[in-house]
Design a protein around this ligand. Sequence first.
Ligand SMILES: Cc1cc2nc3c(=O)[nH]c(=O)nc-3n(C[C@H](O)[C@H](O)[C@H](O)COP(=O)(O)OP(=O)(O)OC[C@H]3O[C@@H](n4cnc5c(N)ncnc54)[C@H](O)[C@@H]3O)c2cc1C
Length: 428
Amino acid sequence: MDASSREAQRTDVLIGGAGFAGLALAIALRQGLGSAFSVTVADPALARGASDPRASAIVAAARRLFETIGVWQAVEAQPIVDMVVTDSRLQDAVRPTFLTFDGDVEPDEPFAHMIENGPLLAALVAKAKEEGVVLRPTAVVEFSLSPRPGSAEENAARAPSRRVEVELADGTALAARLLVAADGAHSAIRERAGIASHGWSYGQSAIVTTVAHERDHHGRAEEHFLPAGPFAILPLTDAAAIGHRSSIVWTEAAQEAARIVALPDPEFYAELERRFGLHLGEIAAVGPRRVRPLGLSVARAFIADRLALVGDAAHVIHPIAGQGLNMGLKDVAALAEVIVDAVRLGLDPGSLAVLDRYQRWRRFDTVAMGIATDGLNRLFSNRSDVLRLARDIGLGLVDRLPVLKHFFIREAAGLVGEVPKLLRGEAL
Ligand SMILES: Cc1cc2nc3c(=O)[nH]c(=O)nc-3n(C[C@H](O)[C@H](O)[C@H](O)COP(=O)(O)OP(=O)(O)OC[C@H]3O[C@@H](n4cnc5c(N)ncnc54)[C@H](O)[C@@H]3O)c2cc1C
């Protein structure tokens, strides 16, 4: 049925996608603009509950956002107190350390924490309900501008009366001043809007799992650059009946990753142990194994008429630096600030003039991060001895220059450049 043929329910902003980005944006908007500003989030995953078994590194800036919107207090987070980086071959008996980060970005503020995705998503859903966000457990399927651009009605209408008419999979029709695509890497909303993405596949996949180990990790994260790609050991909080745990993000060539995850348990553990080592004592895999293909993609535009893209819908990068979600939260903080400022000035939050501020704020930074992670992956995921020497000299230099190291820690923590208010820990 055509959405325009039914009486559409009105909402100021409709967000398609209830992942971290969509939910955080919805909460920030309600907190910034109050109950007179209506926000709806639609996602079929809302019916399934928070079942994501993965874990994520949340950098200091993103943690400040979660603290400011009042969800950080509801999750258990493991501070990353230091990080070691090694660059070696799989068969090397010893992995020399080239870089160590043991800095706080501010006194007593670690540069990152590890959280489990499931509890954080559950906390976001609970907070969204508390703030009066309307949650609809169904997908966005269609949308069109109303009145149609260039039509006589549109020319007669004042800009604030224009809407985007959206049809949900359950047949509901909604009319919003702004539609936000927060529907992830394969964003159907972005595609429906005709916005192309640039990028490529890396021919690599990441194997993700959780490992229990005998000894305490003491909050240390490890990134081992192996020829097939990075193998990261990221500390998690201890769990009852399991004890010490770490999250593994293990990059391999796509075919090899598919082979490894399909192995029977004993062989899978043997492959895991070859990479993990025995420095934390005996290890046992305790979580499900998942495999995710890796690629780079950046949307050609982050906005269109009454449409804004955030999170993976706008960009997907290599997890080599654990920055994908953190970049999405930077989008959220910037878009929330732009919308709140505009509405307080009486401006139309869906107009291109308002949205353009968001695009200028975020697109360059995103392209720069995309290029940086792409370069890192190319530099490290190869077998060239010449490149290996060059990168080891580079890493060694950074390790010996405190000023440079402090800059990289603040950069990795998301605190460099024009930082939006929520990422500085300031309410909107
Ligand atoms: C192996 C790996 C490790 C990673 N580790 C880290 C890390 O440590 N730190 C970090 O910052 N990032 C990390 N990332 C990146 C991070 O996982 C993503 O950037 C993040 O999950 C994206 O969040 P999002 O809210 O944009 O999208 P998603 O989490 O993908 O959410 C999109 C939502 O949209 C919904 N949806 C889809 N279609 C529709 C529709 N038509 N209508 C309505 N809803 C729809 C989906 O159901 C889903 O709930 C990692 C990625 C990988 C692959």
